[in-house]
Write a protein that binds this ligand. Structure first.
Ligand code: CA
Length: 418
C-alpha cells in the first residue's frame, strides 16, 4: 500500500509555519536515549513521536515493533500502514490523544531533548555520480584536455562501493583525514592531513528489502524496494582523490566519513513532488528505461559557519531535479548484474549541482578549484576548501501548497586531524 496525505490536512499538534514536519511528512527516525538504547520516533512540528510508547498504550497496532531497534520488521508496506495510523492519531478532529494531556506529555517529546541516530542500520553504502553538472565540472577541472563527461556517462549511472562503517549521523564531528597526496610541483608523494577537505551535497535512499543473489530488480519495481530518502554529505579529500582515483575510482579520499540526516522521509511523503527528470539522450537501454516520472522536486541548500562567524552563510542553493539518473534507475543498475542488496542499504546520488554559480554542491566547484575563493561576508574570511572548526549544514525540502515536506538539517563540524 501507499499513503499520501492530502495537502489540506491539518494536525491538532501546533506545527510552526514553515516547519519541515507537518502532518504531510511523518518521517521515521531513531532517537538515542542515552543508556545505549534507542527510541523509534516519528516527528510532527517540534515533537518527536514515541512510536513504541503509542503501541504500548494500545493506540498503534504494530506489536512487532515493540522490541525492535529499527523499522526493518515492518518493511515498506508496514511502514506505510504505520504512517497512516500516525496520521489518524494526529489529524485535526481526532480527540483520542489530543484530549489526553497525560499521553501527550509522555509520548510527544520536544525534539531538542534527544539526540538522533542514523535512521537505519546501514549494511552497505554505495555512492553514485548522477549529478551531471557536477560530473561535468569535475571533468573540466581534473581532465581539462578531454570532453567533460566520459563516454559511459549518459549510458549508465556511474557509482562505486563506499564504506558503511564510516557513515555517521548529524551533529557528530568529523576529523580532518590524513592521506597520500602529490603536489603538482613535486616528484614524490607525501602523507599528512588533507589540504583540500570538501563537502558533497547529496541525497540518499534506503532499501526496505533487497534482491537475492543472482536476481535483479526490474526498473518498474525499483521504487517498491525504496523505503525513503535522507540528506547525505559525502565528505571528500580532493588532493587525495586527484592522486589516487585513476584507474579504479575514489578509495580513501571518500571513505573516511559520510554523514546522513536523521529522518527517513518516506516515498509516500515525496509522492506529490514527483517530477520528470531531464530528457535522457541517448535513450537508456531497456533495463534502465521507464515511462514513469521518477525524479523529485527537492530544494537543497548548503551553509557554512566558520569559528569566527555568529551565523551560518548559505553558499549553495540547488534542486534534486538536476540529477541525470533517478533513484529507480540507480537501483535497477545496481542489481542488474545479480549482486544481492539488503534492507538498510544506502544509495547516495552523487553531488547535486546546478549550472550557475551559487548552485554548486561542493567547495571544489564553488571556489573553482581554489581560483575563486568563497568570501564569508560577516568576517571577510576566504575559503577555498574547508578549514578546521568550520561547520557545514545541509538542508532540503519540497514546497507544497501552504506547507513543506522537509528533511531537517544535516550538520557536522570539521575538527583537526587526530
Ligand atoms: Ca560523492
Amino acid at each position: 500500500m501507499s499513503f499520501v496525505v492530502s495537502p489540506n490536512s491539518k494536525s491538532w499538534v501546533n506545527v510552526p509555519v514553515g516547519s519541515h514536519f507537518p502532518i504531510q511528512n511523518l518521517p521515521f527516525g531513531i532517537a538515542e536515549t542515552g543508556d545505549d538504547s534507542v527510541l523509534l520516533v516519528s516527528r510532527i512540528g517540534d515533537y518527536l513521536v514515541d512510536i513504541v510508547g503509542f503501541i504500548e498504550e494500545g493506540l498503534l497496532p504494530f506489536e512487532e515493533l515493540a522490541e525492535a531497534e529499527g523499522y526493518m520488521e515492518l518493511g515498506k508496506s508496514g511502514c506505510s500502514e504505520l504512517r497512516k495510523a500516525l496520521f489518524d492519531l494526529f489529524r485535526e478532529g481526532n480527540p483520542k490523544v489530543r484530549d489526553n494531556s497525560k499521553l501527550k506529555k509522555s509520548l510527544l517529546i520536544p525534539y531538542t531533548e534527544l539526540p538522533m541516530a542514523l535512521p537505519m542500520e546501514i549494511p552497505a553504502f554505495v555512492d553514485f555520480y548522477s549529478g551531471i553538472n557536477h560530473a561535468s565540472n569535475v571533468g573540466r577541472m581534473f581532465r581539462p584536455d578531454m570532453a567533460p563527461l566520459l563516454p559511459n556517462y549518459r549510458h549508465l549511472p556511474v557509482g562505486y562501493n563506499g564504506r558503511a562503517s564510516s557513515v555517521i549521523p548529524s551533529d557528530l564531528p568529523i576529523f580532518r583525514p590524513k592521506g597520500q597526496t602529490k603536489a603538482a610541483d613535486s616528484d614524490t608523494p607525501e602523507y599528512g592531513p588533507t589540504r583540500e577537505l570538501d563537502f558533497e551535497l547529496e541525497l540518499g535512499f534506503f532499501l526496505s528489502d533487497g534482491n537475492e543473489f543472482g536476481e535483479t530488480i526490474p526498473i518498474e519495481e525499483a521504487e517498491d524496494h525504496i523505503f525513503g530518502v535522507a540528506l547525505v554529505n559525502d565528505w571528500s579529500a580532493r588532493d587525495v582523490q586527484r592522486w589516487e582515483y585513476q584507474p579504479l575510482g575514489p578509495f580513501l579520499a571518500k571513505s573516511f566519513a559520510t554523514s546522513v540526516s536523521p529522518w527517513m522521509v518516506t516515498m509516500d511523503a515525496l509522492e506529490p513532488f514527483r517530477v520528470r527528470g531531464p530528457v535522457q539522450d541517448p535513450s537508456p537501454l531497456p533495463y534502465l528505461s521507464t515511462k514513469r516520472a521518477s525524479h523529485f522536486n527537492i530544494m537543497l541548500e548548503v551553509s557554512i559557519q566558520t569559528e569566527k562567524m555568529k551565523a551560518p552563510q548559505v553558499v549553495s542553493r540547488t534542486n534534486a531535479n538536476e540529477l541525470y539518473w533517478s533513484f529507480a534507475q540507480q537501483l535497477a543498475h545496481q542489481t542488474s548484474n545479480g549482486t544481492p542488496t539488503e534492507p538498510g542499504d544506502l544509495y547516495a546520488t552523487g553531488t547535486i549541482s546546478g549550472t550557475e554559480e551559487g548552485t554548486f554542491g561542493s567547495m571544489l566547484e564553488l571556489a573553482w578549484r581554489g581560483s575563486k575563493p568563497l568570501v564569508m561576508t560577516e568576517t571577510g574570511e576566504e575559503r577555498r576548501f574547508l578549514e578546521d572548526g568550520d561547520v557545514v549544514s545541509i538542508t532540503g525540502y519540497c514546497q507544497g501548497k501552504g506547507y513543506v515536506v522537509g528533511f531537517g538539517t544535516l550538520t557536522n563540524q570539521v575538527l583537526p586531524a587526530l
